[in-house]
Design a protein. Structure first.
Length: 707
């Protein structure tokens, strides 16, 4: 049971009495401690705990990891706390990634100096401070080694620590091959190098293949084919091939080129070609060797009735996808007797799976492509000219990386007003961009988060009256943004202590015009009815958080008369239009009504409560509906002072009523509407006597605490 009695003013005499009583109490406690009568263990004390977690068990060099540290006060007294987290040498703090959230606590100083995070603060009983930040694994971190990060907190006389450990994993592998293990001087060799990201996060890569003096690069033969990856630069100069880029988890880049063997090489010698790929400065190498020898020629005789000039291979290119995932592939016109072109699209560079064919007229040399919504990944294209039934050679293969329209979702904000946003993974992206706004069109009050390659983000905000936020996410590929996801609306916890008169509390339904709704200087909302046999419903038109939720409010009657009433309404409807309108048809046409009635019965006063489901209103605008809990005496309530009431609303139809911490009523409404409204408010009502005055001190709506 929790009954809150809050005196509003203290005369000077009372302050003096309290001071003298407190002084005597301190002297008594000191005496009892000295005599051993009072044990120190029986005195209330704070008790700090610290828990540190990291979002990845293994991370590649250069990747970003996220730490979460929760400092809890499990004791029954507030305490000061000093927090320090100094990153080890293999980690670097990510600028602007620090996020501090707290419950029944506050911080007085938060700082980041180099790679050290600190804060000082005060944590109340049962309170906590949560520290979240990101760090980058050093590019030179030893693969296979571990990195330990330790956080420390002190405040109760001893140093508390907790650590999180990650293992440095190798993200890239390289494999190289050549089409001829033996070749003659002057031959042309075809080299294929495949770089694969075996890690679980995107990896940057820098590729180099410096041909030895025995080889000369064949101009215009280079193909760089990414799969769930992209390259930012590709160059060939002085027989050195370079590219840089990023490979998504499981992604790869295939490099194909031709090179000519020096025709002066002696037989019996060999040519070794080495390719190198570096991930943040860590090099990996692969080599292949060809023996120079005489290769026995194979002679074939082909008898043709005549010789005609063959068709040439077109040169193919493609534009970068736009935000609506459309692009254009185009090719050079082929000379000769061309009757048409065959364009192919596939999901692999060898055109063995999911091949789509476009047969085009001979005058057509481009095709617009759009995949909406596409599967995120790489599309491959090739084209050839055809002369009747005689096809020409295929063009070069061109990859196009498309970014999917991400599917964003959110959990329901929990008891501490935390929720998690998550979305699909789009392989090969640079990073994701998540936006939060108070406006559904994101026209203002927008905060943007770079989540790296993480596909979720936990959010926590303080309870407030402005409890609606909107979110959207998109993938960024090589600086090019993909389409925005659908917008997700999140309704979080609500709290009003009536410090401001701008929180929209107003009359939404009444059977009289003789009322007042006032924000008082003493931080109360005051509701007044002048006449007998009238009622009023006031509300802020703010929605409640999703099921299952609880509403806690504190109220009292000023100078009450017999059968004066106050109460709570919840589960109310609103169609978004003017509330109220002249016919009271736009809002609170249906709702639940908890009424709390002051009774004297010519004896000691008491409070009683009654719960109804309101299904509509009669011709006199009076609420009608079934009684769920009939008048029940609230024995522990203080009739003439402040009381804290809690109403829990659950999706199975259960409604639970408590006075402070004591449950005083439970009912299951089997006919609870499936489309139960989200809106809540306060109730006031008179019977035989008017001059009703109700004061509401605060109201909070939050998701129920997990059991």
């Amino acid at each position: 049971m929790k009954t809150v009695i809050t005196p509003r003013r203290f005369p000077g005499a009372i302050f003096l009495s309290v001071f003298l009583a407190l002084s005597m109490t301190l002297l008594l406690v000191s005496s009892l401690l000295a005599s051993g009568t009072l044990e120190p263990d029986n005195i209330m004390a704070p008790a700090l705990t610290i828990d540190k977690q990291v979002d990845q068990a293994g991370a590649a060099a250069g990747s970003t990891i996220a730490y979460t540290i929760v400092v809890n006060n499990t004791g029954d007294e507030a305490t000061q706390a000093i927090f320090t987290d100094t990153l080890p040498a293999d980690l670097a703090y990510v600028a602007n990634s620090l996020d501090i959230a707290f419950t029944s606590a506050f911080t007085t100083g938060v700082g980041v100096s180099g790679d050290t995070i600190t804060w000082t603060g005060s944590i109340g009983p049962g309170g906590s401070i949560t520290t979240i930040f990101q760090a980058t694994v050093d590019g030179a971190a030893q693969i296979g080694g571990t990195i330990t990060n330790t956080a420390n907190v002190t405040g109760t006389g001893s140093l508390l620590s907790d650590s999180a450990v990650i293992t440095v994993i190798p993200p890239l592998v390289i494999d190289k091959g050549v089409d001829q293990s033996e070749a003659e001087p002057g031959s042309t060799l075809i080299y294929t190098v495949v770089v694969t990201n075996t890690g679980s996060v995107a990896a940057s890569a820098a590729f180099t293949d410096a041909l030895p003096v025995e080889l000369d690069y064949v101009a215009n033969t280079l193909q760089v084919i990414p799969a769930s990856a992209f390259t930012t630069t590709t160059t060939v100069a002085n027989d050195v091939i370079n590219w840089t880029g990023s490979l998504g988890p499981g992604g790869s880049v295939t490099t194909i080129f031709n090179a000519t063997v020096d025709d002066a090489l002696p037989l019996g010698s060999s040519v070794t070609n080495i390719a190198t790929v570096s991930n943040n400065g860590v090099p990996l190498m692969a080599e292949v060797t060809t023996l120079i020898t005489n290769v026995t020629p194979i002679t074939k005789y082909i008898y043709m009735p005549f010789i005609s000039k063959p068709l040439a291979a077109p040169t193919l290119q493609a534009t970068t996808p736009t935000v609506d995932n459309s692009w254009t592939v185009s090719w050079s016109q082929v000379a000769g007797l061309v009757t048409g072109y065959r364009l192919e699209e596939a999901f692999d560079a060898n055109f063995t799976s999911s091949v789509t064919v476009f047969n085009l007229d001979d005058a057509v040399t481009s095709r617009n492509i759009q995949h909406n919504p596409p599967s995120s990944g790489t599309y491959y294209y090739r084209v050839r000219a055809e002369s009747g039934n005689n096809p020409g050679p295929w063009s070069n293969v061109v990859p196009v990386f498309a970014i999917s329209d991400l599917n964003l979702k959110s959990t329901i904000p929990d008891y501490d007003n935390k929720w998690t946003l998550s979305w699909d993974s789009a392989g090969g992206v640079s990073h994701y961009e998540l936006q939060e706004s108070r406006r559904d069109d994101f026209s203002s009050e927008v905060e943007t988060f770079n989540t790296g390659t993480a596909t979720s983000k936990q959010v926590q905000h303080i309870f407030s009256t402005d409890n609606i936020r909107y979110y959207r996410v998109r993938a960024i590929y090589n600086g090019n943004p993909g389409p925005w996801s659908d917008t997700v609306k999140v309704i979080s916890g609500y709290k009003d202590v009536f410090l401001s008169n701008t929180t929209n509390w107003a009359m939404r339904r009444s059977d009289t015009s003789n009322y007042n709704v006032l924000y008082r200087d003493n931080d109360n909302l005051q509701v007044e009815l002048a006449n007998a046999n009238d009622y009023i419903l006031v509300a802020p038109l703010a929605p409640a958080v999703g099921m299952n939720y609880e509403i806690e409010f504190e109220a009292k009657l000023s100078n009450p008369e017999d059968r004066h009433m106050y109460g709570l309404v919840f589960g109310g409807d609103w169609n978004g239009e003017s509330c109220p309108n002249s016919g009271y048809t736009n809002c609170f046409t249906q709702y639940y009504q908890l009424r709390i009635q002051y009774r004297t019965n010519n004896g000691a006063p008491f409070l009683e409560f009654k719960l109804k489901r309101i299904d509509g209103h009669d011709s006199n605008n009076q609420p009608v509906g079934p009684v769920l809990i009939d008048w029940t005496k609230a024995t522990a309530a203080v009739p003439d002072d402040w009381n804290v009431w809690v109403v829990e609303v659950e999706s199975d139809g259960d409604i639970k009523i408590s006075l402070g911490d004591t449950r005083i009523g439970t009912v299951r409404d089997e006919d609870m509407p499936a489309d139960l409204g989200d809106y809540f408010g306060f109730w006031g009502e008179t019977n035989d006597v008017g001059a009703l005055k109700i004061r509401f001190d605060d109201i909070q709506v939050r998701h129920q605490k997990a059991q």
